[in-house]
Design a protein around this ligand. Structure first.
Ligand SMILES: *[C@@H]1O[C@H](CO)[C@@H](O)[C@H](O)[C@H]1NC(C)=O
Ligand SMILES: *[C@@H]1O[C@H](CO)[C@@H](O)[C@H](O)[C@H]1NC(C)=O
Length: 280
């Protein structure tokens, strides 16, 4: 029985109860052939990258609003040049992990694309070694906001400010995409450090394939009703006080780039959402 054909309320209860679905239930491998390995009856997946190819997978469904959780353990040791991404497109909500030399920090790169326009990058260091163990990376996308969370801690909020004329993705379904690929022209120290292919294959691991979302099929959503309960991921309208404090802690201590403070890039003035303090 698919977890998606049920109401959002029950889906959010499942979120607490379920430890994750097998990979096959909601995802399939899209490229890289046997560089993507599904192990442990679908509880674990590894993606690998060598000098010929990377690999990736995607969700079978498209969603219009979803809470996507994934546990990931990133490429260990020298991962310079590698890029592990986790996100949703056509409008696009991205988590990208830019690898580095042994001992140097990964960069977590986030972006929100709307109607084909991105340029809303924020970057962070992590407060742990993402290669030592699995950690939870979550994208919550509902009609009110988009949240990026790491181990349940919100690191970025992009509010729906359509009432102020700022576009918000909510008309197109999105799929979940994950991949591991070579991006050594820009990923590590802006492209200065190249991928060391003698270290290949590079391997990242994924588990906890939960996908709670409103399935978008033939321009219809399966959550047309019941989406105003603020206790569910779909109805939640704002961060509580404690979560705002956590986000502030991350942004004060670990944010290394924010488009909303890049004067060089926006000499004519920042994009409008930057003037609404909640997005910074
Ligand atoms: C990630 O989420 C799972 C399932 O909720 C939980 O068991 C695990 O402790 C979490 N891991 C971290 C590092 O927060
Ligand atoms: C890699 O390490 C260098 C040196 O610590 C750092 O400046 C950079 O932000 C790190 N991350 C990436 C992806 O380049």
């Amino acid at each position: 029985m698919s977890a998606f054909l049920i109401t959002p309320l029950i889906a959010s209860l499942l979120l607490i109860a379920a430890s994750g679905d097998p990979f096959y239930q909601n995802y399939y491998v899209t490229w890289g052939g046997d560089r993507a390995q599904v192990l442990q009856n679908g509880d674990l997946l590894t993606l690998s990258l060598d000098s010929f190819s990377g690999s990736g997978f995607q969700s079978s469904n498209e969603y219009l609003f979803a809470k996507i959780d994934m546990q990931m353990k990133l490429v260990p040791r020298n991962s310079a040049g590698t890029l592990s991404s986790q996100g949703q497109s056509h409008d696009e909500i991205d988590f990208e992990f830019l690898g580095n030399l042994s001992g140097d920090p990964y960069i977590l790169h986030t972006n929100v694309f709307c109607q084909g326009q991105g340029n809303r990058e924020q970057q962070f260091y992590l407060w742990f070694d993402p290669t030592a163990d699995f950690h939870n990376y979550t994208i919550l996308w509902n009609p009110h906001f988009i949240l990026f969370l790491v181990d349940g801690i919100p690191i970025r909020e992009f509010k729906n400010l359509e009432s102020r004329g700022i576009p918000f993705p909510k008309t197109q379904g999105m799929r979940v995409y994950s991949s591991l690929w070579d991006a050594d022209d820009w990923a590590t120290r802006g492209g200065l450090v190249k991928t060391d292919w003698t270290q290949a294959p590079f391997i990242a691991s994924y588990k906890g394939f939960r996908a709670n979302g409103c399935v978008w099929l033939n321009a219809n959503s399966n959550c047309n009703n019941n989406n105003d309960d603020v206790n569910t991921w779909l109805g939640q309208q704002q961060l509580d006080y404690a979560s705002q404090g956590q986000m502030k802690w991350v942004q004060n201590n670990y944010m290394i780039y924010n488009y909303c403070s890049d004067y060089k890039r926006f000499p004519q003035g920042f994009p409008p959402e930057c003037y609404v303090t909640t997005n910074n």
